[in-house]
Design a binder for this molecule. Structure first.
Ligand code: ADP
Ligand code: MG
Length: 241
């Protein structure tokens, strides 16, 4: 579903943020990406969604190369759900409008169709009773669940998460992770940047460890946790676990 082949990227002339990164995520697979702050995780995930350009290598999403001439990037982007650390809901729009806007504007769905879909997804993340509130009236955990529902409303072929729980108060982390666990168990293709190793243990198929722009480790989950890691990954894990 998602393939990166030897992807390299520079910020400015001298700073190489991604170094020859090769990675693939199969349909229905859940890949957790972890690594120290500044190692390039956000940049990597943004490249997959064409939110950042890259300098060399290739990224193929659902059979389409991002670099191929004629690739419709906005269309491709609309098909890959993205959830950020800061929920990025539209603050001036009620939850229902947040859920309907892109469905209507980007996918051309009717109001009724968008509402039906939005309501179903809001129920799925357990927030039906908040449909007519504004984002600011919800807790961080609730807003993040709305952000996930909003991404799902676009019928994405895959979901990308960039530290979706790291801006949340501890007591709200699990309500968001629970939604993600359910999504993973339903077979969604997911690439998740997170340091929540409990989540990784539960649902990840593979764990990728990045350091200084490189993919240092890409291992099947059990292998990753049973200690076959590189020294750099071990050091990182010893600090966060
Ligand atoms: P991570 O998500 O792993 O913390 P990032 O991808 O956000 O890493 O950043 C990797 C490195 O690139 C960091 O050193 C960061 O300061 C730098 N960086 C990120 N975005 C930009 C940018 N737009 N311009 C220049 N440098 C950037
Ligand atoms: Mg980041």
């Amino acid at each position: 579903m998602i393939t990166l082949k030897n992807v390299s990227k520079f910020y400015g002339p001298n700073f190489q943020v991604l170094k020859d990164c090769t990675l693939s995520v199969a349909k229905g697979e859940v890949v957790v990406v972890c690594g120290p702050s500044g190692s390039g995780k956000s940049t990597l995930i943004k490249c997959v969604n064409a939110l950042e350009p890259f300098d060399s290598g290739e990224i193929i999403v659902d059979g389409t190369s991002l670099k191929a001439p004629g690739t419709n990037l906005p269309k491709l982007r609309a098909r890959v759900g993205m959830v950020f650390q800061h929920f990025e809901l539209f603050p001036h729009l009620k939850i229902t409008e947040n859920l309907c806007l892109a469905q209507q504007k980007v996918l051309g769905r009717s109001r009724d169709e968008a509402m039906t879909k939005g309501e179903a997804l809001l129920a799925r993340v357990g927030l039906s009773q908040h449909a007519h509130k504004f984002p600011g009236q919800l807790s961080g955990g609730q807003q993040q669940r709305v952000a996930i529902a909003r991404a799902l409303a676009m019928d994405p072929i895959a979901m990308l998460f960039d530290e979706p729980t790291s801006a949340l108060d501890p007591e709200m982390i699990n309500e968001v992770l629970d939604v993600m666990v359910e999504l993973a168990r339903d077979g969604m293709t997911m690439m998740v940047v997170t340091h929540e190793m409990g989540f990784a243990r539960k649902v990840a198929h593979r764990v990728v460890f990045m350091d200084r722009g490189e993919i240092v480790e890409d291992a099947e989950k059990t292998a990753f946790f049973t200690g076959a890691q590189s020294e750099r990954a071990q050091m990182f894990l010893s600090k966060i676990l």
